[in-house]
Design a protein around this ligand. Sequence first.
Ligand code: BG6
Length: 459
Amino acid sequence: MSEQSEQQPVPHVVVLFGANGDLAKRMIYPALAKLGAAGRLPAAYALVGTGRHDVEDYAGVIAGSVDDESSALVERSRFQTSDADDGADLADAVRQAEQEVADEAGVDVDEVRRLIYLSVPPGSMPDIVAMLGREGLTDRARLVVEKPFGLDLESSRQLDRAIKDVADEGDVFRVDHFLGKEAVQNVLALRFANRLLGSVWNRENVQSVSIEVPETLGLEGRGSFYETVGCLRDMVSTHLSQILGFVALEPPADLSAAAVRDAKAAVFDALRPFSKDDTVFGQFDGYRDDDDTDDDSQVETLVALTAHVDTERWRDVPFHLRTGKAMADDRRTVTVRFREPEPALFGETGDAGHPHELVLDLSDDAKVAIELRGKKPGPELEVAPATLRLDYAEDFPDDDPLAAYERILLDVFHGDQLLFARADEVDRLWEVCAPLLDDPPEVQTYEKGTWGPTPPWER
Ligand code: BG6
C-alpha cells in the first residue's frame, strides 16, 4: 500500500455524483485539495461534478469547501447535470474532459482512467449505475460507492446486481471511511508486528472487546436521512462491524487486499446474527421535533448490542458495540479487556476498578493506551493502576497522517482495495443485521447528553 501510494497516479477524470451534497463539501473536496497540495493527485486530471439540479457557481462551491480557495481543484472542475434516465450530456462532458487531460499529459485518451464516485442516497444508486453502463462510462473506470450499500439484504443484492452488470468486482470500491482512519490500520500493525500483543489476542487472555462510537452531535440537518437509515444501518452494519472485522480476524497470509479481505470476510461468516435479546435501541428526546422526522418515529439513534464471533479464537468472548447520536461523549475507541492473571497473587484488582486493558483511540489524533497494574510506591507490596501510552503526534512528530477520506481516495486512484468492503462482506453483514431489521427492539427514549439506556451487557 505505502510504496505505490507515494507514486503519482496515472491521468484521471473524476466524476462525482452528489457534487453539491454535504459529504462532497465536508469530505471529498477538502480531501482532493489536500492530496493535490501534497503532490499526490495525478499530474493531469479533471473533476466533473454532477447531479440532477444545476449548480450555478460550482467553482464557488468547491472554493468554499477547501482551505486554499486558489486550489488547482477549482480550476480543474466543471459541472454537468445528469439523471438516471439521461446521461448523454454527462457522457459528452466526461469525454471532453478526458481529451483535455490526455492532451495535457501527452497520452492517448484510452490511457486516462475514470474514477466515478457515487455520493448519493442508496435508493438512487442502481439506476445511476445502469445509466453509467448504458453510456459506456464504466469503461476504464473505478466505481466508488458510498455507504449504506442498500437498506437491507434485498436492496443490497439488487444494487450489487446492478453494479456487477457494468463493472468487475476488482473495480468496485465500497467506502467505509472508518477503514481509512490510521488507527484502524494500526490494529493490524499492533497485532501482527508485536508478539507482545499478538500472542494474547484470543479467548484465553481476552475477557471482552468494546467498540464504542458515542457522538455528541445530533441530527445536524440529516433528519430525513436518519428517518430512512437509522443508527443500525448508518453505523453498526458498516463502521462498527468493519472495525470488529479487523480486530477479530485470523492472521492473513500476507497484507495483500485479497488476503486481508478474505480474513475479514471469514470473521463476518462467523459473526452470529444479532439478536433482539442482546440489543438495545434508543432514540434521543427531541428527535421527533425535527422538521424532517415523524412525530411518532420509531427510528433508533442509538444502538448497544453484544455480538459473538463463533471462532475458536473468540468463542464466549462478548463484543460490546455501542454508538449513538446526542450522547454524553464523543469518541471512537476499541477496548480490549484482559482476563485476570492466574494465580491472582494480587487479588481481583479488576473488580477494584483497576481494569487491565488496551485502549485504541481511533480519532485522527490517534493514541494507544495500555492500562496496567504497577507496584504502588511505598512500603507495601500493593498494586495501583498505571498507563503505558503511545501518542502518535508525539512519537512521530514529522509524519503527516492522512485524513480518512484522503487515504480512501488515494487508494482508489491506485486501485488498492484493502481498505474497502467486498460484496460478500456486505451481503453477510446484512444477513447478520436482518433479525433486528425484521423485528426491531422497541426504542427507548434517552436524554440528550447521556449514555442512553442501560446496554444489554449491564442488565
Ligand atoms: C458517517 C455517519 O458515516 O460517520 C455519521 O453517516 C457519523 O452519522 C460519521 O457521524 C462519523 O464519522 P467520523 O469520521 O466523524 O468519526
